[in-house]
Design a protein around this ligand. Structure first.
Ligand code: NAI
Ligand code: MG
Length: 493
């Protein structure tokens, strides 16, 4: 497959205080189209000094200037304007997202619609935040103010670039915070495309700043910076642990969303076609580069062989292709690094289990970081491919005998982000729902995610919640105001 369109390599700088600014070192890093392996952009690489400049801009926008005087209703209106601009330019943004991540264009279009919906949701929520009056004794009045936490440092991954930016920026801005966003170095382009739209919508300069660069440099500088009040992070558990340790020095607030090894559980009697579809969709959507990927497929022994067979048959029909083609159902992985990581797990898997389908690079592509949709079966839950997040189109199918064993295997993981259970027996469904130690359980579905409902993990999948009112909550401090109504002196001394 070859691209006939000549690639225009664009340069992007950091976006600080409403201006494009070069990094102080002058260094740039390349950004790729993972389907062609071509460089499609050059982006400024921020170091600690550049991050410091962005934090100072966010700090001063938070501490002074028009932003602290902007009412919640007005913040909501600005978010609506931004959402509208995103909707008007959805096709353009979807194309950039598609080219930069390698995800199928149809999926990128859904993502951009979700981005706009996320800004709209928090636009509407901005002025619905209420304090409390607290029932203290009659000679006093106590109430609480909900105040923005301050400058939010937001570090996001490459699998849903503009959507992850929206999950972070929209609630922070609704709450009245200012932001320094660090996109993933693999996929900064859509966030940079919309960077000037914030001021265009009416946000004051310095409220949204974007610094680009490597996690270990730009990301680490943001986490360590004393001018940042809170870090919101989505990415690997390994980096989440580094962030918590570093943030401890300044006791920043931290919220983490760290992925998992989510069980997708199938009982005898589940609707067959829907279940087979759900098993494939759960693990192969977005090339399997999904924090909640149903990468452990637990199947009841009575239906196990036939289920593996049906999954395999259907997986043969998954259309791999160029991301911009509308029939494409699976594109390349995001980067060479991710391709190598996933490929190494394919080799590990071949030693640990049996291969039903896939296991390597699809033959038809000369270029691009494509990996075959792969199903391993007869996987032990102790195997590395059942314990470690692979973040690619790799399923581990594990047999189980009865509800008790399903629950035990499902919970036998350091992670706790998501799970799904498929059955027509509602008693069983809800018993399993209650027993699972995860932040979301789908029943007879897997993956749909709505901005109105909470998202986040138990155990090593992180802490804090995003989306819904829960996501807004994470950007507030609570201040108690105590008013003495009694004019007599305290009389203690
Ligand atoms: P990563 O966790 O290294 O990167 C995510 C973000 O964190 C990026 O913006 C990166 O620049 C930043 N970062 C990296 N090191 C940092 C540091 N020391 N301080 C501050 N920020 C830092 O993820 P990576 O290396 O791209 O992928 C590795 C694995 O992580 C994947 O195979 C997958 O298992 C997991 N992952 C999970 C995601 C999720 O949605 N939960 C998203 C992306 C990756
Ligand atoms: Mg990394």
């Amino acid at each position: 497959m070859s691209s006939s369109v000549k690639t225009v390599v664009r340069a992007y700088q950091n976006y600080v205080n409403g201006q494009w600014v070069k990094s102080s070192s002058g260094e740039m890093f390349p950004v790729y189209d993972p389907s062609t392996e071509e460089v499609i952009a050059q982006v400024a690489s921020a170091n600690a000094a550049d991050v410091d400049q962005a934090v100072k801009a966010a700090r001063s926008a938070f501490d002074s200037g028009p932003w602290p005087q902007t009412s919640a209703a007005e913040r909501g209106r600005l978010l609506y304007k931004l959402a509208e601009k995103i909707r008007q330019n959805a096709a353009h943004l979807a194309e950039i997202e598609c080219r930069n991540t390698g995800k199928p264009i149809v999926e990128a279009e859904y993502d951009i619609a979700d981005v706009a919906t996320c800004y709209e949701y928090y636009a509407g929520l901005a002025n619905k935040v209420l304090g409390h009056v607290n029932p203290v004794p009659a000679n006093a009045l106590s109430f609480t103010l909900r105040e923005p936490v301050g400058v939010a440092g937001q570090i996001i991954p490459w699998n849903y670039p503009l959507l992850m930016a929206a999950w972070k920026l929209a609630p922070a801005l609704a709450a009245g915070c200012t932001c320094v966003l660090k996109p993933a170095e693999q996929t900064p382009l859509t966030a940079l495309e919309i960077a000037p739209w914030f001021e265009e919508a009416g946000f004051p300069p310095g409220v949204v700043n974007i610094v680009n660069g490597m996690g270990e440099i730009a990301g680490a500088a943001l986490v360590a910076h004393p001018g940042v009040d809170k870090i919101a992070f989505t990415g690997s558990a390994a980096v989440g642990k580094v962030i918590v340790k570093s943030a401890a020095d300044t006791l920043k607030r931290v919220t983490l969303e760290l992925g998992g090894k989510s069980p997708n559980i199938f009982f005898e009697g589940a609707d067959w076609e829907a279940a087979v579809d759900g098993a494939l969709f759960g693990v192969f959507i977005n090339q399997g580069e999904v924090c909640s990927a149903g990468s452990r497929i637990l199947v009841e022994k009575k239906i196990y062989s036939k289920f593996v067979e049906s999954m395999t048959e259907k997986a043969k029909r998954i259309k791999l292709g160029a991301p911009m083609e509308r029939e494409t159902k699976m594109g390349p992985l995001v980067s060479k690094e991710q391709y190598d990581r996933v490929s190494s797990y394919l080799e590990i898997g071949k030693k640990e289990a049996k291969v039903a389908i896939g296991g390597g690079r699809p033959k038809q592509f000369g270029k691009g970081y494509y990996v075959e949709p792969t199903i391993f079966y007869d996987v032990e839950n102790s195997a590395r491919i059942a314990r470690e997040e692979i973040f690619g189109p790799v399923a581990s199918v594990i047999p189980f005998d009865g509800e008790g064993e399903a629950i035990r295997i499902a919970n036998d993981t350091p992670y706790g982000l998501a799970a799904a259970v498929w059955t027509r027996d509602i008693f069983k469904a809800f018993r399993v729902v209650k027993a699972l130690r995860v932040g979301i359980v789908w029943v007879n579905h897997m993956q749909p995610t709505y901005v109105e409902a909470p998202w986040g993990g138990y155990k090593q999948s992180g802490f804090g919640r995003e989306l819904g009112p829960w996501g807004l909550e994470e950007y507030f401090e609570t201040k108690q105001v105590f008013v003495n109504l009694d004019e007599t002196p305290i009389g203690w001394y």
